[in-house]
Design a protein around this ligand. Structure first.
Ligand code: PHE
Length: 749
């Protein structure tokens, strides 16, 4: 195939003269990269062609440009969204049409649409009966490589509109070389004995050696993921001073697997449905008779303070050979040996295979690996066991553990171990543990004040989680893809502690989830109440009770150096709910107040003369400094000082669901709102420059994750922050950094 293309390239150069690789790719309808490959291989033939590198500029559609080429220009989409006769409100267009802002102004300046105010409220209407969407047509031309048909001026214009971009492409210019020929003669790659014997080598051309080529990777063995994880576990145990137990006996007898562990002979786990018994050799015969007798006694009659199980213990049952069902059989043998050698405090571990006659499914096989840790020392307690496991799992990168009581025949107390999986965001069971029973240890001959604590877990489970495998058959057995074994990376358990930043992020994420959940619950409660015929479903306290039958006078003293912009927004919102009258005054001590401050309240009062109840809000410009002061009459309360506190109070007057999250009855969110408001008061309004910098880091972490400070809805935190930033002339900076936040805020300011 490549050879065919080489021939074609040579004949094109022969016919057309010098040609570049981009032209070749267009002529041959092949990908440019492929042509570049052909050029390189022709170059390697020697002097057949002359190649020089060139760069050319190419016009390409941006993602936005591609949308326009498919769906029409923004202005055309605005135009087509307007119903023919009756028109449409501007707000609706903004809502319905993507990129409506740009589209609207372009359509206006092109004279396609107009705003008709004749019927009172402004309506957007079509101004011309039809339009031609040249932007779309031109972009389609460029998409089809017919760039020349669009003028340079237009291309520059589209570039400014971010519909087009110029990219620089490297290409090759091909000319005939001194040894140009139309046929590609393949050079020999190797000199062999035949060529030398026949002398044919003399007439042949040879390919040059490429000493930069990569060698063929040598084939070698690869560790299976289970083995990689095993070596990490082994490392952790070794770091903690544990010694590995010999686990080479897959075939064990029932005595060590069950009896020595005080597991009664009728226990269901000893059934053939659960355990693989051997038919040949069926039984073991060598046992230490004294120990055997002590085990028999403790099972049948009790002893060492235990009443035993009180059944007739049979040696024949204990002799039966089986494939060990847990590595605790190995631990039992080792503890017995330890008692015989003379007890010394010891820490053992094992990681090896065990076998169970289980129903197979996606997460269970009849054989798997167990990881087991055993610590024997004087007077160990459950606290030691928990401590050991905490340290062990911490080294695996697992910090959150929970323990749940459970039952094992050989341990008392026993605990299942759960860990919080941060990826799956839930608690998962990771192991089993306990303190070995005296009925197991004392017959072995261990001293009475020795306690042995132990825990076990599977190797497969953490491996599957670590390597993202969800079916155990993809990890073990005939279906295993050897490529998976080859390609899987080294196992590095994440032992580093989460950084404070990560922690903060995950806490904030959890906050957001809680809020969302609470919002959902709120809706459910509302729906339920409505369904039950209780229509008054407002969860908020009522301003009406505060107003009583009279009206409330609020006076806010503020300094022109620090206008409390959040107050204006809250007053506007309040005005949608209760009759409000506003007024702005200038204190006699003030001179030259700018006009926009004189008209501080942008809220249009709709005075209802018949209604006497309501709130009258006056703002007085006075040199009070950074903190405005609010006085409410009639009220015995002390003045409210500071913008964030005024915002808190005004916000508490807002009733019901006004489509915003200004008030949230959830105590958790109230705490978070309060926390941010305090930060704004302390670090932004009153803070030194250095505090502001650290606040900005917090802020950017916040606004990177969500659209607003408290999730995706605006709250008083956003209002107060905006106001503080505006007073520092920083709001433009934020406008560029957090466009989504900015866009939302513009609806209010
Ligand atoms: N042997 C137990 C099992 O198979 C694990 C375990 C080991 C429990 C040590 C307690 C102590 O699940």
């Amino acid at each position: 195939m490549a050879c065919e293309i080489s021939q074609k390239v040579l004949s094109i150069i022969n016919e057309h003269g010098p040609t570049d690789s981009i032209q070749l790719s267009a002529l041959l309808k092949e990908d440019h990269q492929k042509i570049v490959g052909v050029v390189k291989s022709l170059q390697s033939l020697g002097n057949v062609i002359d190649v020089s590198q060139e760069t050319v500029k190419e016009w390409k559609l941006t993602e936005e440009g591609k949308i326009v080429s498919e769906k029409g220009s923004h202005e055309a989409r605005v135009y087509y969204a307007i119903p023919n006769e009756k028109g449409i409100s501007q707000a609706e267009i903004m809502k319905e049409v993507p990129f409506a802002k740009v589209g609207f102004s372009k359509a206006m300046s092109s004279g396609w649409i107009c705003i008709d105010k004749s019927s009172g409220s402004p309506v957007v209407k079509k101004k011309v009966p039809s339009i031609v969407d040249t932007v779309k047509e031109n972009l389609c031309l460029i998409l089809m490589n017919e760039t020349n048909k669009v003028s340079d001026a237009l291309k520059q214009d589209y570039k400014k509109r971010k519909l087009l971009e110029e990219s620089i492409v490297k290409c090759y210019l091909l000319k005939k070389g001194p040894e140009f020929s139309l046929s590609v003669v393949k050079s020999e790659t190797d000199l062999n004995t035949d060529m030398i014997a026949s002398g044919s080598w003399a007439g042949k051309s040879f390919k040059e050696y490429n000493f930069d080529a990569f060698g063929v990777p040598p084939a070698g063995g690869h560790l299976h993921p289970l083995l990689k994880v095993r070596s990490q576990f082994r490392q952790i145990f070794l770091e903690m001073g544990f010694t590995e137990m010999p686990t080479d006996k897959y075939v064990e007898n029932s005595f060590w697997n069950f009896d020595a562990l005080f597991q009664p002979q009728q226990h269901p786990a000893r059934d053939a449905h659960d355990t693989f018994f051997l038919s040949d050799p069926r039984i073991s015969t060598k046992f230490e008779v004294d120990y055997l007798n002590r085990v028999q006694n403790v099972h049948s009659k009790g002893g060492f303070g235990s009443q035993g199980y009180g059944y007739e213990w049979k040696i024949d049952e204990a002799k039966k050979n089986l494939l060990r069902t847990h590595t605790t059989a190995v631990s039992a043998r080792m503890l017995y040996q330890l008692a015989q050698k003379g007890f010394k405090p010891t820490k053992y571990f094992s990681i090896d295979r065990v076998f169970r006659n289980e129903t197979l499914d996606a997460t269970h096989l009849a054989e798997f690996h167990q990881v087991e840790g055993v610590v024997a020392d004087f007077n160990l307690t459950l606290g030691h066991l928990i401590g050991f496991m905490q340290e062990f799992f911490r080294k695996l990168g697992i910090e959150q553990l929970k323990f749940k009581p459970t039952y094992n025949p050989y341990t008392e107390p026993s605990m299942e171990v759960y860990c919080f999986h941060t990826g799956l965001k839930k608690w998962i069971e990771v192991g089993n543990s306990g303190v070995f029973r005296p009925e197991m240890l004392l017959p072995m001959g261990l001293p009475e004040n020795v306690t042995v604590i132990a825990w076990g877990l599977s190797l497969e489970r953490p491996t599957m989680i670590k390597y993202g495998i969800d079916n155990i058959r993809d990890l073990v057995g005939p279906r295993v893809n050897l490529q998976m074994v080859q390609d899987n990376p080294l196992c590095r358990l994440d032992k580093t502690k989460t950084s404070a930043g990560d922690l903060m992020k995950s806490v904030l994420q959890q906050w957001d989830e809680i809020f969302e959940e609470i919002e959902n619950l709120k809706c459910e409660v509302k729906n339920l109440k409505v369904a039950m015929g209780e229509c008054d479903c407002s969860l908020e306290p009522d301003i009406d009770s505060l107003l009583g039958n009279g009206s409330l006078n609020i006076c806010i003293f503020a300094d022109p150096v620090q206008p409390p912009y959040s107050v204006n927004v809250l007053v506007k919102l309040l005005g949608q709910q209760i009759p409000i009258s506003t007024g702005v005054h200038v204190h006699s001590s003030m001179e030259n107040i700018p006009d926009d401050l004189k008209n501080f309240f942008t809220f249009d009062e709709v005075q209802d003369k018949n209604k006497s109840t309501g709130i009258s809000i006056r703002l007085v410009w006075k040199p009070v400094g950074l903190d405005p002061i609010m006085v409410i009459t009639p009220s015995s309360s002390v003045p409210v000082i500071g913008e964030v506190n005024i915002a808190r109070l005004l916000c508490s007057f807002l009733k019901g669901d006004i489509g915003l999250c200004f008030r949230n009855p959830c105590p958790l969110s109230t705490i978070q709102v309060d926390h941010w408001l305090d930060l704004i008061h302390k670090d932004v309004i009153h803070g030194a420059k250095s505090n502001l910098a650290s606040f900005e880091v917090l802020l950017s972490n916040r606004l990177k994750e969500t659209q607003c400070m408290m999730g995706n809805g605006i709250t008083i935190v956003d209002l107060c922050l905006w106001s503080a930033l505006k007073n520092m002339q920083l709001e433009k900076k934020f406008m560029y950094q957090y466009p989504k936040w900015y866009e939302k805020m513009l609806q209010y300011f």
